[in-house]
Design a protein around this ligand. Structure first.
Ligand SMILES: *Cc1c(COP(=O)(O)O)cnc(C)c1O
Length: 427
């Protein structure tokens, strides 16, 4: 029934469904464990024959209610929360990859994801080929190998603001019998629902707009349920063959559209344990209730700020997909007709020092390692988040050394513009 509601209603009403006499607001189930009346009931849970909670490392009712809301927002079949966006992206891939496998990833992804795929997962024997997301299909097809298991990209890349041609990437992935996994953190399901364009799995750093208030680090994975794991039999044995660590259960046979998420909770969460706390899941739910209102204001403000910066003589360039001058304007109009996000990238004329001087003169806009929350903030990737990357890697990822990432908040737009103006006037 929920899926008939419009997205604004889902932000408020999906997830927690109180029965008669139960709390109106999602309770914080601050309990590691759950009680049963007899031994057999508990045993059936361990066999995955009954559904129910037994230990919060695997599942918790507060987290599950929030996962259900995010799943509704994305239009998916099943979803789960993780302790961070990093954990979400790791689990999303490790759920279908193992040593000896290979993945294809856009080269313009978030720095943390770039390190995870390029360095840490490589140590586990999973190779990654980074590709230019703007390349044509013929060139992109060359990145695939017989052992490729997934394609990964971000809807709007952090911080290069590259907008993904989701249909192109979905076609490419499906032509090679693998799913497309999209990190939808920046657009949020308010502005883009990648499943509607052929993506199979969506991930989030809920730390950003979904939480929206910079309160709790968290992540989410949602499965569309559309990818046919059985069709590429042999490619995904973890899903289509018996799991010896779970009494020989075959996830696709037993759980259908829930196979991928059930495996990720029953196996990966059991063994790796990157769960969100019930308290953090609760805070995330509070954030989700206003996501639709905030995203609209973030975009209105960012548009005004981007237009102001573009018209300022001391600004060298501005990259915001909502500007007609953006090379991603057309893709943004197609995939996100109601707006993109509140983040934009720009550079001031001058050298690296000029950028640093500019940032240090800002008053309302804070220099913080964060993005996509209610407060306007700024970051210089070359000297902050991406400082481990070489100039060549930075350039390949579409990040100029003078690039500043401005995350426009939901304050009054005139106050944000005035702050930027006074800092620009003094450099
Ligand atoms: C922040 C971010 C991540 C990592 O998320 P954490 O919650 O910080 O672990 C992953 N992807 C994107 C696009 C991000 O912006």
């Amino acid at each position: 029934m929920d899926s008939n509601y419009r997205i604004e209603t889902k932000c408020i009403q999906s997830g927690w469904k109180p029965k008669c006499g139960e709390p109106r607001v999602l309770p914080i189930y601050q309990s590691t464990t759950f009680k049963y009346d007899n031994s057999d009931q508990m045993g059936r849970l361990f066999d995955l024959e009954d559904t129910g909670y037994f230990y919060t490392r695997l599942q918790n009712p507060t987290a599950d209610a929030v996962a259900a809301k995010i799943t509704e927002l994305e239009g998916g079949a099943a979803g789960m929360l993780t302790s961070s966006g990093q954990a979400a992206n790791y689990y999303a891939l490790f759920n279908i990859c193992e040593a000896g496998d290979h993945i294809v990833c856009s080269n313009s992804v978030y720095g943390g994801t770039f390190n995870l795929f390029g360095t840490t997962m490589k140590k586990q024997g999973i190779d990654c080929t980074f590709v230019n997301p703007d390349a044509d299909e013929e060139e992109l097809a060359q990145a695939f190998r017989p052992n490729t298991k997934a394609v990964f990209a971000e809807t709007i890349a952090n911080p290069s603001m590259v907008v993904l041609d989701i249909e192109k990437f979905a076609r490419l992935a499906h032509a090679h019998g693998v799913p497309l996994i999209v990190d939808n953190t920046f657009a949020t399901p308010i502005h883009c629902r990648p499943f509607e364009w052929g993506a199979d799995i969506v991930t989030h750093s809920t730390t950003k707009y979904m939480d929206g208030h910079a309160m709790a680090v968290g992540g989410a994975i949602v499965d569309s349920g559309n990818f046919d794991w059985e069709a590429s039999r042999g490619k995904f044995p973890g899903l289509t063959e018996p799991d010896e660590s779970y009494h020989g259960i075959t996830y696709t046979e037993r759980f259908g559209k829930g196979a991928y998420i059930t495996k990720a909770t029953a196996q990966l969460m059991r063994d790796l344990g990157a769960i969100p706390s019930p308290m953090n899941a609760f805070l995330l739910n509070v954030g989700l209730e206003t996501l639709h209102l905030r995203m609209q204001r973030h975009c209105e403000n960012a548009q005004k700020v981007a237009e102001f910066l573009e018209g300022h003589e001391k600004v060298a360039w501005v990259n915001y997909p909502g500007l007609k001058s953006s090379r991603y304007y057309a893709l943004a109009r197609k995939y996100m007709p109601e707006g993109t996000c509140g983040v934009l990238a720009f550079g001031v004329k001058g050298d690296r020092e000029t950028a640093v001087r500019f940032m240090d003169r800002l008053k309302l806009t804070a220099i913080v390692t964060h993005v996509a929350d209610a407060r306007t903030c700024i970051l210089h990737p070359a000297s902050h988040t991406h400082r481990q990357m070489t100039d060549k890697q930075l350039a390949e990822a579409g990040i100029a050394s003078d690039l500043m990432r401005l995350s426009v908040g939901i304050e009054n737009a005139a106050d944000i513009v005035a702050d930027l103006k006074q800092a620009l006037d003094t450099i």
